[in-house]
Structure formats: C-alpha cells, structure tokens
Design a protein around this ligand. Structure first.
Ligand SMILES: Cc1cc2nc3c(=O)[nH]c(=O)nc-3n(C[C@H](O)[C@H](O)[C@H](O)COP(=O)(O)OP(=O)(O)OC[C@H]3O[C@@H](n4cnc5c(N)ncnc54)[C@H](O)[C@@H]3O)c2cc1C
Length: 541
C-alpha cells in the first residue's frame, strides 16, 4: 500500500519520523474493528468561550446554599467534606454525562478501565485526608508498629509492575539496567543520593521539602528556588549526562506532568522522586491501583454525593451578587444538551473546574481577567482504550501493569486486567500519549483536529513496534481527547505567585482544582476540594 504524505506527516508529528516511515507499510485500522471518540466534550466549552450566555426564564430559578462547579475529584471531595460535616444544602454541576473528570473510568469491557488517572502512591501517615478516605473505603487494613498506614495486599500494584521495550525486546523495570556502563551506574547512584538529600531535608518548621499533598511541604527559599530553573538545567548542573538516567527523569516528567525536561520546573521534577520516599534509603511508597485506576476513588466519592450531582449540566455564568445587603452568587447553567437554561441563587460557589475557565465563566473575570489566570497552561493528551481478544506476543520480559516503549514519545500502556490477576485471555490496554513536544495550543489543535481513524492509526503504529501482531487482536479501540488534560508545571509557575493568587476566594466564590497546586495529582485535587469546603463551612458558621 502506498502511504500518503498526509498520513506520514501525521505519524511523524505524533511518533517521530522513524516510526512514521516504518508504520507506513501497514494497513489502516478502520478496516479491522470498531471504535469511537468518547470525549471529552469541547463543543459547549468553545461556545462559552465565544460568548454564549443563556438566560433562564423566571420559573427556572432555584435557591441552594452552595453550588459546586465541576464533578471531578476536587468537586466530589468538597461534597465528601460537606457530607461528613452534616451539611447537605449544595448541588454539584458536572458538564459531562459521567462524573470524575480526568479520573473517570469506563465499564464496557471485561473489567472496568481508566480514561485518565490510574494510580496513587500509598499515603504516608502525614496525609491524614487520604488516610481517612482509604480507611473509609476499606483499602487500609490498619497501622504498623510505627503507626504508619498499611494498604491491604489486594490494592497494592501486583508484580510485575513495569517493563520497558528497548531495541526489539522487553526488560524488567523502568530504568534500563541492561547494557549500562560503569558511568551510567555511578550517575544513577549519585542521582538517588541527591534525591535522598531532599528526602532528609526539613525546614525550620520541620516540614519536608516535598510532601503530598504539596500544601504540607515547605515554602522555604532553598526549596522554592528550584522552581526558577528547568529539570534539564538541574541535571546539567549536577553533571547528570547518562542518557538512560535522563530518559528515566524525562519519562517521569512526561508521565506525571505531560512536560518535557526542558519545560518542567526542577521543583516539580524533584518532587516526583522525593515526595514518594519516606526516609533516605527507603524504597518509594508502593503504588495503589485498581482495574479502573483512580476511577475506583471516583466511584466511592460519587456514591456518597450522587443525590447532589447534576450530570450533563454545565455552569455557563457565575455572577457574584449583593441582595438586600447580603452577598451571594447567581449561577446560570445549561443542561440537556444546551437546550434548557437553569438559574441557581446560591450563597456561595466552589469553582472546581480548571482555573483557566474562570475567565469565561466568572462574570467579573470575563471583561477583566486578573493577571494570574493567564499563567495557567495545560497540556493536551491522547488516551485510547484497546479492547483485545488476547495478549499480544512479547520478546523478553513478560507483560506488566505498566509497559513503556523507550523510543516512543508516548508513555506506552497500562493493563486493566493486571490487578485482577487475569493473566490470560481478553484484556484492555489503556494507551497514553502526552503531546508534550509541541506548544500546548498547537498540541490541542493537532489533537482535536484528528479523526478517530487517525488516532487509532497513531496508537497502533506506535504499539506495533513492540507488538507486530497487535492489529489482529483488537476488537475495539476508543479514544479520549483531553484538550486541557493537566496543568503544566513550567519553571516559575509553581512558586511565582499565580497559584497563591488564584487560591484566594473572590467575593463568595471559592476555588478548588488540582491545577491550584501546579501539578495534577489525585491528592492535590482532593486536598483542594476539602480545603475549599472547609472555607465555606467556616464562612457559614
Ligand atoms: C491522562 C491523564 C492521566 C492521569 N494520571 C494520573 C494518575 O495516574 N494519578 C494521579 O494522581 N493523577 C493523574 N492524573 C491527574 C488527574 O487530573 C487528577 O488526579 C485529578 O483527577 C484532577 O481532578 P480535578 O477535580 O482537579 O480536575 P478535573 O479532572 O479537571 O475535573 C474538573 C471537572 O469540571 C468539569 N467541568 C468543566 N467545566 C465545567 C462547567 N462549565 N460546568 C460544570 N462542570 C465543568 C469537568 O467536566 C471535570 O469533570 C491524570 C490526568 C490525565 C489527564
């Protein structure tokens, strides 16, 4: 089959030129199986950006104590905190037909599977919020002799956890030990000594340099200074030139933040490694996961708040008001596919949608957005779920939970059946591709302009390098296009003042979203949701 220039360009843009050339001899996937683009919704968002402002009729106005805008983890966490405090005069508005935002999950396969977030590290004792949640879910089986939470075995990621595909075969783990030189080994050890230095570090108040959630960590100048430089410069400055070490650190930044080394704050790069280690020399905290990834945490939070959640209902206008001397907030929402406008007179709002949306949704920000709003930048990610009738062949180390291709700009795939111990037969691979090699706007344009067929082509061309037999095993391939997947922790953003300004309430509007931490993690979304709920509870008391 002759390969069109357009197709080669597309594959080269997403996978690099060598993969594009190799991939161009294969058949297009559309002839083999079904699938669709399942989201995320961007139509209404773009209409709101372009000035769509509905007006509800008088009879469509209601009163409620608090409106939570956004039913992702942060919004659901705020609801969780309210319900624990016995407060239930609130409603959650969620744009999508399913809750969970970037931690949502699907259920149409042999096991449930993630559409975004897929794990958390086991919490340290200091993260009391997460410990409380996991206790409530029955994920913890108690405390050890030192009082540290113990995660029940079935929720710890099973072995083998990770493997990497390099030059025609798979190797165990993420760091490529095979073929490393004495210099590689020395640098790998030196890097971990440097991480241990940060693990041991405490400020004058006894706080860790890097803690989860970040609000428990230090704001000492020695730590925040790291935010002024890139992770690439930090590695250069410490003489870390080993290609495989740099690959590992680059993988970490792409995986957790969707940013390349050259655009990741060194603070964020070091956070990834140091925040997960309890004390110098200890192993990183083990990973906690489920077939549907963090969708299991969403499912639990949603079950608690379900009666309060209006799915398929988007906030379109958030208007701080003053009535009879009392401050409040009017929220205009659209539901039922934009056909019906709804008005809510609320005392307070928790804005748990991404912060960049404040400039379209929060009335006073629409004309004059504060300086900090434009500082929030988001990367675009392509995620695909491949429903396979059987496992593809592998040369070398066997299928693991997380499977990464060394030479690919993608992150490879996680296996949804792994945690259930289903090691044969049908399975689901969740494939992740952070488009971090392009400026965010360009990446979004590329992603949202792609057809299902083109996305499927990119995914399969990438995976064929490690699994030449994969096409014959795919029964279905669905695609999620996350235009604003996660906030980008570029240098200067985390400690440059924008986050600190954004977290302050504006009149009776409180803010809660993981982006207020500068890094997109479950723990950050959860902590901000709870913090915002507590601000509201204090203000109402
Ligand atoms: C591909 C991917 C992989 C990830 N992997 C991990 C991982 O393994 N571990 C981890 O900890 N984190 C991971 N994350 C980060 C994840 O984003 C966070 O863990 C967390 O889910 C963020 O929650 P949030 O509530 O802050 O934001 P969001 O998930 O962005 O939720 C915001 C919600 O607001 C809704 N909304 C937007 N506009 C409106 C409106 N106008 N009206 C009403 N609702 C609106 C959205 O639909 C959404 O549901 C991943 C993210 C992505 C994209």
């Amino acid at each position: 089959m002759r390969c069109s220039v357009t197709r080669r360009d597309l594959l080269a843009a997403f996978l690099g030129a060598p993969a594009a050339l190799a991939g161009c001899s294969a058949r297009l996937p559309e002839q083999l199986f079904d699938g669709e683009v399942v989201g995320a919704s961007d139509g209404l968002g773009h209409r709101l950006r372009d000035g769509f402002r509905p007006t509800p009729p008088e009879r469509r106005w209601q009163r409620v104590g608090v409106v939570i805008v956004g039913g992702g983890v942060a919004g659901l966490a705020a609801a969780w905190r309210f319900l624990r405090a016995g407060f239930d005069d609130f409603v959650i508005l969620e744009l999508e037909a399913t809750p969970g935002g970037t931690s949502r999950y699907g259920t149409s396969g042999v096991v449930p599977y993630p559409w975004g977030a897929h794990y958390i590290p086991a919490p340290m004792a200091e993260n009391q919020l997460l410990v409380t949640l996991l206790d409530e879910m029955g994920v913890l089986e108690g405390r050890n002799a030192e009082g540290r939470p113990v995660v029940a075995e079935q929720f710890l990621c099973r072995d083998p956890q990770e493997r990497v595909f390099y030059r025609g075969r798979w190797y165990e783990g993420l760091y490529l030990h095979a073929g490393e030189s004495a210099e590689d080994q020395a640098q790998y050890k030196a890097f971990h000594r440097e991480i241990d230095r940060w693990v041991a570090w405490r400020d004058a108040k006894g706080r860790r340099a890097f803690a989860i959630p970040t609000m428990l960590g230090s704001d000492d100048a020695e730590v925040t200074a790291l935010d002024k430089t890139t992770m690439a410069d930090w590695l250069d400055g410490h003489g870390f030139t080993s290609p495989r070490l740099r690959w590992l650190v680059s993988y970490a930044c792409r995986d957790d933040y969707g940013t390349p080394l050259e655009e990741t704050s060194a603070w964020a790069g070091l956070f990834y490694f140091a925040s997960r280690v309890r004390k110098p020399g200890a192993e990183p905290q083990p990973l906690v996961t489920w077939p549907e990834g963090n969708g299991r945490l969403v499912r639990h939070l949603y079950e608690k708040a379900k009666a309060k959640v209006r799915l398929g209902t988007a906030a379109a206008d958030v208007i701080p008001t003053q009535r009879q001397g009392k401050p409040g907030v009017d929220v205009i929402a659209v539901e039922g596919g934009e056909s019906a406008a709804l008005g809510l007179h609320a005392e307070r709002v928790i804005f748990a949608a991404p912060h960049f949306l404040t400039r379209y949704l929060l009335r006073p920000y629409q004309d004059e957005p504060p300086h900090h709003v434009a500082q929030f930048e988001y990367g675009a990610w392509l995620v695909a779920n491949l429903f396979l009738k059987d496992r593809p062949g592998s040369r070398g180390f066997s299928l693991a939970w997380d499977n990464v291709i060394y030479d690919s700009p993608s992150l490879g795939y996680v296996v949804a059946t792994h945690q259930r111990g289903l090691d044969r037969g049908p399975t689901i691979f969740t494939y992740y591709h952070p488009l971090c090699e392009y400026p965010p706007r360009e990446a979004r344009r590329m992603l949202l302009g792609q057809t299902w067929n083109e996305s499927a082509d990119v995914v399969l061309t990438d995976l064929r390098r490690a699994h030449p037999d994969i096409d014959g095993l795919v029964e279905r391939l669905d695609v999620m296009r996350w235009g604003h997947a996660m906030v980008r922790p570029r240098p200067g953003f985390i400690w440059g003042g924008a986050r600190a300004a954004a977290v302050q309430p504006y009149r009776n509007v409180h803010f809660a979203h993981s982006d207020l931490s500068g890094i997109a993690l479950f723990e950050e979304a959860f902590a901000h949701g709870v913090r915002a709920a507590e601000e509201v509870l204090v203000a109402r008391s």
